[in-house]
Design a protein around this ligand. Structure first.
Ligand SMILES: C[S@@+](CC[C@H](N)C(=O)[O-])C[C@H]1O[C@@H](n2cnc3c(N)ncnc32)[C@H](O)[C@@H]1O
Length: 271
């Protein structure tokens, strides 16, 4: 008979993964790891397979291959930049954007990217940047006032702490939070949500979860972006991405407007 995982086995598996060399220091939400484990148990996998598949899914979610800085060193660099003023902070932000593939790809078009979005939705006074990674460091190019309520969410605590440090030295409210937005979606009302380059990964974590997540977001517009090509640039993904967005809003009385800047497909979803 197949061995069943008890609650205590699950608790040990969670701590084994959270404390492993790969994820130590990230302080990942235990609920995320537990959700992945229970999802694998539900499809009848044995304990070994459960742990293997859960680790594979977690790797895709955290995506370490997209890039990470040395966080304590960048905190020091930020404080040095802060002593020199806003221009130095902006240079530090540019460096941080270049550390992570998702934001690095956007650097050549960064001003056009935000202009294109704000021409369509107006300048937001409050933003939910969900699964944000380093995108909040693009704030100096958004041409928004520092009074903007910028709520940023990510699973990765060192990232979130560095974003809050940046908000503080840039005289903004430190509104970044560590949480799994899929298990615990934001409840703060805002003008818009940025959901950049992550919906396709959400879909692999749990098929159809984008729809439930988008419905839950307390905003008027959701700006969903997706890469038009894969990371190596060898495969065009426009049709697949378009159909992901269309399927997720099917039957809802929402509209979607599509545009593209620098190989990033932008879908303005109006609720
Ligand atoms: C591909 S990056 C997205 C980068 C960013 N949105 C951008 O386009 O510049 C994915 C980020 O989402 C975070 N993430 C993935 N799933 C998440 C979840 N369920 N809740 C919160 N953050 C999540 C990861 O930790 C990672 O920092």
């Amino acid at each position: 008979m197949m061995k069943m995982l008890t609650d205590s086995d699950i608790a040990q598996m969670i701590e084994r993964v959270r404390g492993s060399r790969k994820y130590a220091g990230m302080d990942l939400p235990a609920a995320t790891v537990e959700d992945l484990i229970r999802q694998e148990i539900a499809v009848g996998k044995n304990p070994k397979e459960v742990e293997k598949s859960m680790r594979e899914k977690l790797h895709q979610i955290i995506a370490p291959y997209l890039g990470d800085p040395d966080y304590p060193r960048e905190e020091e660099n930020l404080q040095k930049a802060a002593a020199a003023g806003d221009e130095a902070i902006k240079n530090w932000c540019l460096h941080m954007l270049s550390v992570h593939t998702s934001s690095k790809e956007r650097i050549p078009y960064i001003e056009a990217f935000y202009q294109t979005i704000f021409e369509r939705i107006g300048k937001p006074r409050s933003i939910l940047d969900v699964a944000c990674a380093f995108n909040p460091f693009a704030f100096p190019w958004m041409e928004l006032p520092k009074s903007t309520a910028y709520h940023a969410y990510d699973l990765h605590s060192p990232r979130v702490d560095l974003i809050n440090s940046f908000f503080k030295v840039y005289e903004m409210e430190p509104l970044a939070e560590t949480k799994d937005i899929l298990l615990d979606p934001p409840t703060v009302q805002a003008d818009t949500a940025f959901f950049f380059k992550e919906a396709h990964r959400f879909e692999s974590r749990k098929k159809g979860c984008n729809r439930i997540f988008w419905i839950s977001l307390p905003v008027k517009t959701i700006v969903v972006t997706l890469p038009a090509e894969n990371l190596t640039g060898q495969h065009q993904m426009r049709n697949r991405q378009r159909s992901l967005v269309e399927k997720n809003i099917e039957g809802l009385n929402w509209s979607v407007e599509e545009t593209e800047v620098g190989g990033e497909m932008i879908f303005i979803v109006r609720k």
